[in-house]
Ligand binder design. Structure first.
Ligand SMILES: [Zn+2]
Length: 464
């Protein structure tokens, strides 16, 4: 297939507001045809990386892989995966950018820091062409979520090391939407957000679900009904809550039934947008022609079947600077090729990203995901929705304690007792194990300013 690579996009193109798709041909392409396009892009991307990146020359040389071996999409399995630890080792050996710049230094337009968890400063260099393609990718996915040029987008995520916020901004700007880069995480900023949302009446909220819940709670404390903001769309990333049913219901009630869309991939791929849902609440579509994603079974290392669960492994298809080819995210998701009413022919992760291989806690042999506990806690009317999970060990037995808060309405002795019993029984039914419940008064658990940290594993602290 003859292919222009890296692809050039017309920066003046914007579809009419009532058009469903940003790029109808690419988004509704028959999957086999798309596979041929992906192979063609992958061949060029891999050859580019092999020619210019010492990181890939070394790794692929050791693994006996050469880009010439890529003939069909199945051949991608010949490429060794890259883990966070691989990137960390490369950064330690080649500070501060690592050995994977893969583009001429004079082409670099932006230098960012990563909020990733490698434990050492990770500096990201992004070429001018990549920045434009990031804008194009975000604009397409944001359009799929229903964002339009006539919208005002309130961006409540930190504009510092969190790359997702920058991607959202460049995509919304590319489309011509009105952008309000407000930020998040500074002391007092949530109260300010209430005032600014009332004043500016933005139609789209962008940020994490937990911050969006906190914003609603803060508004009520200020005597403001969050419905008054008039959000038409809540566009989430950074956390799984946008795909958790009970969290979605709480947000729908708080904000007066806006469209809720979940998006996002993983910090290392960011700010390239590749996973994002549509208004039909079917989950997150995988926009395979921009970033190719496979779910890999963590035990067999084979591609998971449709309906199966696996670790998303991501491959950039149009990145010249620091391309990641088969990056092992460590997240967990399931996927399907079921059609979506929106007509896009991409695979879908129906429950979004619901856990991490390393966030999941094993309690008495059962896999426990924070997202499952969240779904239980948020479905009980007498609870505020805030929670923590503490895993400890008594002698040889694991103990799971869920801390939650009763609402002011439930704050009688009988009310608290009833809520406690319901939480205990619902947790048991969902998790398959008995857990302890510790109910606190409203407001006792600290609220998140950005991304929530909900699991405290005390077994680790005792250094087993
Ligand atoms: Zn859809």
């Amino acid at each position: 297939m003859a292919l222009e690579w890296p692809p050039l996009y017309d920066p003046s193109y914007v579809p009419p507001e009532d058009q469903e798709y940003w790029d109808p041909a690419l988004e509704t392409m028959p999957p086999q045809e798309r596979d041929a396009l992906i192979v063609a892009k992958l061949q060029r991307q891999a050859a580019w990386a092999y020619e210019r990146s010492p990181f890939y020359q070394k790794r692929w040389g050791e693994a006996g892989f050469h880009p010439d071996q890529l003939r069909t999409l199945d051949d991608i399995q010949r490429i060794p995966v890259i883990t966070k630890e691989d990137l960390r080792q490369d950064l330690l050996a080649n500070p501060p950018f690592g050995s994977n710049i893969a583009d001429d230094w004079q082409n670099i337009l932006r230098v960012h820091g990563s909020s990733g968890t490698t434990g050492i400063p990770t500096i990201i260099a992004i070429s001018k062409g990549d920045w434009e393609r990031i804008g194009e990718a975000h604009a397409r996915v944001e359009w799929g979520a229903g964002v339009r040029p006539s919208d005002t987008v309130f961006m409540a995520a930190p504009f510092s090391l969190y790359m997702g916020a920058w991607g959202m901004l460049v995509g919304a700007e590319r489309m011509g939407a009105k952008c309000f880069p407000f930020g998040a995480g500074a002391p007092g900023q949530t109260r300010m957000a209430v005032r600014w949302c009332l004043a500016a009446k933005p139609s789209v909220f962008y940020g994490t679900p937990s911050f969006c819940l906190y914003l609603a709670e803060t508004a009520r404390e200020e005597g403001v009904d969050p419905k008054e903001f008039g959000f038409r769309t809540l566009f989430f990333s950074g956390e799984p809550g946008g795909s958790i049913p009970a969290t979605r219901r709480t947000l729908e009630e708080a904000y007066g039934n806006p469209v809720i869309v979940d998006s996002g991939s993983t910090g290392e791929m960011s700010p390239w947008m590749s996973n994002g849902g549509c208004r039909h609440a079917s989950g997150m579509h995988l926009w395979q022609d921009m970033v190719f994603t496979q779910l890999i079974d963590p035990t067999t290392l084979e591609v998971a079947p449709w309906g199966g669960e696996g670790v998303p492994v991501y491959t950039h298809l149009e990145r010249t600077s620091q391309p990641l080819i088969r990056f092992w995210s460590g997240d967990l998701a399931s996927w399907t090729d079921d059609p979506c009413p929106c007509g896009r022919t991409y695979p879908t992760m129906p429950r979004g990203i619901y856990g991490r291989v390393d966030d999941m806690v094993v309690v008495r042999g059962e896999n426990v995901y924070p997202s499952a506990v969240e779904n239980v806690v948020r479905a009980i009317p007498g609870l505020t929705g805030e929670f923590r999970m503490v895993v400890s060990r008594e002698r040889t037995m694991d103990e799971l304690t869920v801390l939650a808060e009763y609402t002011p309405e439930a704050a009688t002795e009988a009310g608290i007792d009833a809520v406690k019993r319901q939480l205990q029984s619902d947790l048991g039914a969902t998790l398959g194990i008995r857990s302890n419940v510790d109910l606190k008064a409203p407001g006792q658990l600290e609220r998140t300013q950005f991304k929530a940290r909900r699991v405290i594993d005390e077994r680790d602290l005792h250094g087993e």
